[in-house]
Write a protein that binds this ligand. Sequence first.
Ligand code: NAD
Ligand code: TYD
Length: 351
Amino acid sequence: MTKSILITGGAGFIGSHIVRYFVEKYPDAHIINLDKLTYAGNLENLRDVENCPNYTFIKNDIVEEQTMFRIFEQYQFDYVIHLAAESHVDRSISNPNSFVITNIVGTINLLNAARNIWKDNMEEKRFYHVSTDEVYGSLGTTGYFTEETKYDPRSPYSASKAGSDHLVKAYFHTFNMPVVLSNCSNNYGSYQFPEKLIPLFINNIRQNKPLPVYGKGENIRDWLWVGDHARAIETILLHGKVGETYNIGGNNEWKNIDLIRLLCKIMDKKLHRPDGESEKLITFVKDRAGHDLRYAIDSSKLQNELRWKPSLQFEEGLEKTVDWYLHNQEWLDRIVSGDYLKYYEEQYKNR
Ligand code: NAD
Ligand code: TYD
């Protein structure tokens, strides 16, 4: 493949896995990672590919319309894989506006910039919008989200992602933009910022800090290993039907408290602590406002039409994930202390 591929948000958790996957698998493609480097973006996540000849990093904010237009004109991207976003539900409760600005305004800027360079020559192009299952709202104890489930976002985060999904679909219907979308369940794995449940709790357990479980811990999420998400994105980009949405999920539902107990057990083993030691850190705290009860994805469309399926069993994936964070405690320390910003400036000031 010899395409020029823009990946936005490539210094974040999922984006860094996508960038690495494409840089390594497609040496003849040019992979351009564009990222603002917010608190969640970290170029250390891409150390292993930063010197590859087919990789370029651009520090930019997708909200800056004029610069985005110039960058699209300069690089003439064939494909856009758009992941850049404000992504944490709790932050969207305390600061909703930044979610509207990046997730909605940023997305329409990219759509406009792509339309400007692709004009009437859209045949071989793709605009891939990476989204979340949270746009569908909250399930009760039964049922699954399908691609036909009505949108019912309930947090400022999911509402902003729903808004961006609608814009992407509107550009398909109105301007024939060659879009594909996917809505994925909760991801886990290496390089996830330790504000999300799994890396936050791994970090707290290693530091003997309380584990703040929201409400009674009865909320349910469907967890997918980030490497399986990367493969799904590749499959949909290359083989998905233009204008279509594909749900991606792990078929792997866990009640928060059960997942946390499993994580505690794994951590006890890895840290050579007596059984039950880490569980003592569990602390039930006030519930998240508007906390969605259950997410569960039906990914049969992707599995049947495009032959994708998840590869990693959760217990194995979680253990691998714990191993990664424990082997990369300096990464974790730098991020938790905020020192990674200073570190980044020192490492990258001459670039
Ligand atoms: P993340 O917060 O780890 O990374 C987001 C990246 O976007 C960061 O590198 C950040 O610097 C960059 N960014 C933020 N604002 C920007 C801006 N204005 N301009 C340019 N770059 C900007 O997020 P993530 O968990 O990797 O999620 C990536 C995408 O996948 C998001 O669109 C999210 O909605 C979606 N998603 C995430 C999950 C999940 O479980 N994490 C599940 C489904 C979908
Ligand atoms: P999170 O990782 O923030 O993902 P999302 O809210 O997008 O699903 O949270 C996963 C689940 O864990 C969610 O039900 C909220 C819960 N949670 C806690 O109980 N305590 C915490 O400290 C965090 C961050 C999350």
